[in-house]
Design a protein around this ligand. Structure first.
Ligand code: PGA
Length: 253
């Protein structure tokens, strides 16, 4: 069975409420039937999630959160829980983004807890993994990705594994304009698929593995044409409607 491509825009710390509503409306009118053939989501900041859900209502565009805390509620100043994300209408939640890992000390153990919390709340995790430049140059790419995938997904049932997405995002390609070649991406995606067969054989072939890191209209179609590249997690280029639309259309080719 062919996996449906899944393209998600990660807006990071960009866009006000008004800008969010405007961009979602622009995407929904331009994407029309393409959103549906390709699964499409956008991840605005927490402050704009409600506006994004409202602007996307009745369309095929889904809304994702960029992070989550693993506790349901409590004295965790500044944090947002998975039930809160479900309540506002989020379908997906990004966890383990390299910016969270590098700038905010997110560990594999925190990723695992966040994945569990999202699944328990009915929100589908997008679990980010990827090596730094130093790790790649030291020949440790597959070892790092193997650890991040196994530890991030530890203890999940086959049914739970079937509800998540992995995003392979080489850290050296994020926001740098340097993209992995399609061959480099495919090599790591195939390795991730082997790990998934090991930890969740019955669903391994249905789990989508997105590529992220300087995905642009010019490189998206070739990356997503690789057999194990099932979509994209798009940062900078998702902030401009025309670029994001072109990337989604690249998934149709
Ligand atoms: P980028 O970011 O597309 O701007 O490189 C990707 C990401 O961080 O998800």
């Amino acid at each position: 069975m062919a996996r449906q491509k899944f393209v998600c825009g990660n807006w990071k710390m960009h866009k006000t409420v008004a800008e969010t509503a405007a961009l979602v409306r622009e995407l929904r009118s331009a994407l029309g039937d393409a959103a549906g053939e390709v699964q499409v989501a956008v991840a605005p900041p927490f402050t704009a999630l409600a506006a994004a859900v409202e602007a996307a209502r009745g369309s095929a565009i889904e809304i994702a959160a960029q992070d989550v805390h693993w506790e349901k509620q409590g004295a965790f100043t500044g944090e947002v829980s998975a039930p809160m994300l479900a309540d506002v209408g989020c379908r997906h939640g990004i966890v383990g983004h390299s910016e969270r890992r590098q700038l905010f000390g997110e560990t594999d153990e925190a990723v695992r807890k966040k994945v569990g919390a999202l699944l328990a709340a009915g929100v589908r995790p997008i679990v980010c993994v990827g090596e730094t430049l130093a790790e790649r140059e030291a020949g440790r790419t597959l070892e790092v990705v193997d650890r991040q995938v196994r530890q991030g997904l530890a203890g999940l049932s086959v049914d739970e594994l079937g509800r998540l997405t992995i995003a392979y995002e080489p850290v050296w390609a994020i926001g740098t304009g340097k993209t992995a070649t399609s061959a480099q991406a495919q090599e790591v995606h195939a390795a991730i698929r082997r790990i998934l067969r090991d930890v969740g054989a019955p669903v391994a072939d249905q789990i989508r593995v997105q590529y992220g890191g300087s995905v642009k209209p010019e490189n998206a179609a070739e990356l997503m044409a690789q057999p194990d590249v099932d979509g994209a997690l798009v940062g900078g280029a998702s902030l401009k409607a025309a670029d994001f639309i072109a990337i989604v259309k690249g998934a149709l080719r």
